[in-house]
Design a protein around this ligand. Structure first.
Ligand SMILES: Nc1ncnc2c1ncn2[C@@H]1O[C@H](COP(=O)(O)OP(=O)(O)OP(=O)(O)O)[C@@H](O)[C@H]1O
Ligand SMILES: [Mg+2]
Length: 399
């Protein structure tokens, strides 16, 4: 069928034509927004899940929800080895700019921007050189004596408190979204938790909404033991059959295209309900199907193309990022997978045995793979792939 009208959108963070199966999360966030704006005690959300399940897309949807209630919003994508100071400053700058038109006292906004600038320009001694070249793009002079101590925890508390008070003036709140939150450095995570804790005790309307890999709760509780009470963790998983069908059928219906039931059976069998795969198989099937209704045979014809594209774009691009030693480690993981469908967690001791190596000699490879976001350790002494179907992919690759 006409590829120009193809509605499906495989790709990192690509907005799907239909956000299927996430009503529960959207409704929960509605309640959070309402309660926080009324200064009621409320835990913020943290979304966790494997690669390609739709965390970024959902985070963006939550952001739209907040914007719809006239909240100020900003978003950062954390990177390993990067301080959150500048990204957070830029995100809050954006959030306050969104609130400014509703605010009656421009001097209050300017006062906040002065604090924000001081916060942004304050860097650790190692960042001092950058300081001169980098400008935060804020047109007011930097204030002094607030959010500029250099201690990220103190500074975040002060900055968040001031940002929240601007939002209080206009009767809404500020939501700061942090994607890939597992990559925030331990000091910064600890400071973020402390700041959220402080703000929630004050009933100040500023929340941090995070998204990250399945071990993010462990990262947060390693930083602050009370993080479990600070955040509500929502596991974002593959779509169930009904939601996966909806993700395919609803966008097609808008183009007057239908699926035969057997075509949907075949598509679910191949995608396993993983959102990225739903989009990838849906897209290839649309391009190959000669006409509506789409049949199971159309799916079979299209599947190799979808798989070839996933092999390059979804699996291959990640495999490429690994060194030879790391690849060997992942291959051993794949060969030991307890479940050929979902892979599952593998004991690190078993990997060492399979590779005939001492467990300690494999730690660097394991740690590097965790840092690259390719594997995670959900339970002590085990590792699992962050990428769904990665084990299956590796088992089909020649050594
Ligand atoms: N609820 C949904 N219904 C249908 N398609 C979805 C849904 N959520 C996400 N998708 C699609 O799945 C793909 C992956 O989404 P996204 O990039 O948000 O995943 P992610 O969890 O952030 O992955 P990563 O961990 O790699 O960043 C996109 O093509 C998106 O359009
Ligand atoms: Mg993402």
């Amino acid at each position: 069928m006409d590829p120009v009208r193809n509605p499906y959108a495989p790709g990192a963070g690509q907005r799907p034509p239909e956000l299927a199966g996430r009503d529960r999360e959207l409704e929960a966030f509605e309640v959070v927004l309402e309660r926080v704006a009324r200064a009621r005690p409320e835990r913020s959300l943290v979304l966790t899940g494997l690669r390609g399940v739709g965390k970024t897309v959902l985070l963006n949807a939550l952001r739209s929800q907040a914007l719809g209630r006239l909240w100020g919003t900003g978003k950062i994508e954390a990177r390993p080895d990067q301080s959150i100071r500048r990204p957070v400053a830029a995100a809050l700058h954006m959030a306050v700019r969104e609130l400014a038109p509703h605010h009656r006292a421009p001097e209050r906004i300017d006062a906040f921007l002065g604090v924000l600038k001081a916060f942004a320009l304050r860097s650790t001694p190692s960042g001092a050189k950058l300081r001169d070249r980098w400008q935060p793009g804020i047109d007011v002079p930097a204030a002094s004596g607030r959010a500029d101590s250099g201690d990220i925890e103190i500074d975040l508390v002060e900055l968040f408190t001031d940002a929240a008070s601007v939002a209080t003036d206009v009767g809404t709140g500020i939501a700061l979204f942090i994607d890939e939150m597992q990559d925030v450095s331990p000091d910064d995570v600890s400071a973020l938790c402390a700041a959220c804790h402080e703000l929630s005790q004050l009933g100040a309307p500023l929340i941090v909404v995070g998204a990250g890999l399945p071990h993010l709760p462990a990262v947060l509780s390693a930083a602050k033991s009370y993080s479990e009470r600070l955040f509500r963790y929502q596991r974002i998983d593959r779509l169930d059959r009904i939601a996966a069908d909806q993700a395919l059928v609803a966008p097609a219906a808008r183009e007057q295209v239908e699926y035969q039931p057997k075509a949907l059976d075949a598509l679910y069998e191949k995608s396993g309900g993983y959102p990225y795969f739903v989009q990838a198989y849906g897209k290839a099937t649309w391009d190959h199907a000669p006409r509506s209704p789409v049949s199971a045979a159309d799916v079979e014809v299209a599947a190799p193309e979808a798989e070839a594209e996933l092999a390059v774009g979804f699996f291959g691009s990640r495999y490429e990022r690994a060194t030879p030693a790391e690849r060997e480690y992942m291959r051993a993981m794949a060969s030991l997978a307890p479940d050929l469908e979902t892979d599952g967690a593998v004991a690190t001791a078993e990997i060492a045995r399979a590779l005939e190596r001492k467990p300690t000699s494999l730690s660097p490879a394991r740690d590097a793979l965790i840092k690259k976001g390719l594997i995670y350790s959900g339970e002590r002494g085990t590792v699992a792939f962050t990428v769904p179907h990665f084990g299956r992919y590796l088992r089909t690759q020649p050594a």
